[in-house]
Design a protein around this ligand. Sequence first.
Ligand code: ADP
Ligand code: MG
Ligand code: MG
Length: 868
Amino acid sequence: MSELTYAFSEGNKDLREVLGGKGANLCEMTNLGLPVPQGFVISTIACRQYLTENILTDHLINEIKNRVQTLEAQTEKTFGTGTNPLLVSVRSGAKFSMPGMMDTILNLGLNDDTVQAVAAKTQNLNFAYQCYRRLIQMFGDVVFEIDIKHFNQAFETLETEKGYPAADFQKADWLDVIARYKEIFAANAGQDFPQNVYDQMLIAVEAVFKSWNNDRAKVYRQLHNIPEDLGTAVNIQRMVFGNYSETSGTGVMFTRNPVNGTAALFGEYLSKAQGEDIVSGARTPDPIADLEAKLPAIYQQLTEIATKLENHYKDMQDVEFTVEDGKLFMLQTRNGKRTPKAAVTIAYDLFQEKRISETEMILRIEPGMIDHLLHPNFQEDELANHTAIAKGLPASPGAAAGQIVFTAEDAKAATQNGKKVILLRNETSPEDIVGMTVSEAIITSHGGMTSHAAVVARGMGTCCVVGCQDLHVDEDQKVAKYNGGALYEGDLISVDGTSGKIYLGQLATTAEEISEKLNDILDICDKHARLMVRGNAETPKDIREAITKGAQGIGLARTEHMFFKPARLKAMRQLILADNDDEITDALRFIKGEQKGDFEDMYDVLLDRPGTIRLLDPPLHEFLPSDKGELKQLAAEIGKDAATVADKARALAEVNPMLGLRGVRLAVVLPQIYQMQVEAIMEAAIAVSKRKHITITPEIMIPLTGTVEEMAMAKQLCVDTATKVLADANISLNYEIGTMIENPRACIIADALAKDADFFSFGTNDLTQLTYGYSRDDAHKFLPTYLDKHLLPHDPFQVLDTQGVGTLIKMAATNGKAANKQLKVGVCGEVGGEPRSIRFLNTLPIDYVSCSPYRVPQARLICAISEI
Ligand code: ADP
Ligand code: MG
Ligand code: MG
């Protein structure tokens, strides 16, 4: 067998590389015994040869001629001559389906003689000449890029001149048509329409080969990472005619519904039509179901073929077929494109039908689909009909519409009046948390993918766009200017958290819920996964959400948000501004009561699932107002001298707060806060354990440690406090104390730290910031340029930097576990939910990843895929 050409009976579906997708599947269907019109494939090897030599070799030409002779024998027709002429289609088809490649030519083999033979044989002059005019026009269009409107206009003119429609044309009329068509062809192509049918074929083949290198195809390959040197195959196939009679037609069919996945044939059928008519949209096709009444035997046969193809390909198929005079022919099959929703349903059903295995089912779900399934999206046509006024970073997916507000307070007030709002700010800070919670979406003009707004919004599953520099926000004047206009309070806008685009007005959305089938698939995923998945959450609502989405516990409960309710904030400020121990004790007593309540609420939902609670982390000054007026007011409220308060605030202000008095350093400088928090945690755990008859094991986490000494000190503080609470309650309860590993030094001395820790949790946001020395809050100013210039493969705050940060995590996890066999190791932080990062983390000695609740399902899927 030659490598240059393959008869359909000689190839198979595994030869896509050589035969292209279309050709390989035509071969496969032929060998399955399906009714495929005979033909042969000119391979990609022949194409590659042509592309280097720029000429069709005699060897190839001879082979093609031999193949045509075989085809003549099989079909009992003759090419370019005789009473029963052979007509063929010439169809391109590369390994990957590629728009940009040359279009199909139908009816090749017709010329001034054969058209008459076809007319005589079929007793249908009209049919024969319609096919002929089509060939000239398609050949002109596809090979010589002659605009088909020239042909169509000429045709219409002739119809008008003659005064009757084409259906009534006589031979003389048709000869006029063909003469006119030939003129147009010659004028535009610079050569006559070839009457020699082998010339037709070889010119067409050459044109397909050349089309591999046209601009459209090149651009498409670049965009989709398709190698440049694959080449395309050409399929030569005997024509079947859907335009032949009343019991003829053409159709496309999906073996299942590609929109929602239901197991029913889906598609369209156009009677008395040839291939392209159905896609051209000139006539409206009928739903495939209508065939059941119209051509019952054909419908039955299609149903059986659908089953056979699915059994064979183990996936939903997208097929093209033609009915010629009551006889069915299959012209193409391939795995069908589908919506995420349909993908889930189809994979699950195919598994239930025992057509695919558990792991095959899992691999059919693309991680990116899950995001789509869990968030509402704007309708496609709505997006097409609107132009975005601004674009930022897509920090948290979703589609939201609402009225603009510029402050968290306004957000709260407006929602209390029943309005839906979108919070638009330069940036957000922890004190905006309430306003953020009630907003449909959050937009900031500054900040990157791990800015406060981004992290919090993702955690809440709220649509969010950050770093939207197209908007110039003036929070005081309550206006945001953009190129071409301005947004004022109350203006209605729509926010696409998936693309980062902002639109005027309200765009219609589609809402999707996590389906039972997806739930079942994810449960199966858990069986295959090694890494467990936890959620980052602290409010009962978010914890519940994480658990519903399948989290096995909480990997990071941040306690600082609990301090921002007004009464607490006031107490916190009192504490920070205290002049003596009594004031500190008073403030702490109040906060502790509140915190204990919070932790009880938390454990009420979490029950005895594992839950890591991080002690206070942010710099203290974040709790003080930044504005002078507010500081004054605060001083009055807590009965202190305004000047002293201003002095204290100034003293607390830091040039570089991220590297300042925060994390474990708070325990060193102000041990009372951690002490209070540990008391609240332990007391809450005791209370809920008793109330629910369960055994809660609190996991207390000390943030940002970097030295063995500070870790030992902080741990001792926690142990002493917990011991005292347990002794006072006269109860015994296990608890664990661990640390967040988020600075490089901690990674380097991990073995020593592990001796004092029950668990490690890698905080990848800070660890990335400190490893690169990139400020999380400023990196958006230069990271895009780095990405443009290919100096970084991706934003390391979004996708784990495996080379640097990843190596640190690997070293620390390995050394930590070596030093302490019991050490539990997890990764929290943004990359804990990101597919490529999880795949890498799965190769390290860690036990779980923890991410925002909405990302939990995707993480469960990736953890399984990583192990398959
Ligand atoms: P595309 O890749 O654009 O779908 P195809 O090669 O599949 O191009 O062909 C375009 C149309 O022509 C399809 O509807 C196909 O079914 C039809 N077609 C192709 N070859 C034949 C043939 N030999 N007989 C009848 N119709 C054909
Ligand atoms: Mg096709
Ligand atoms: Mg941190």
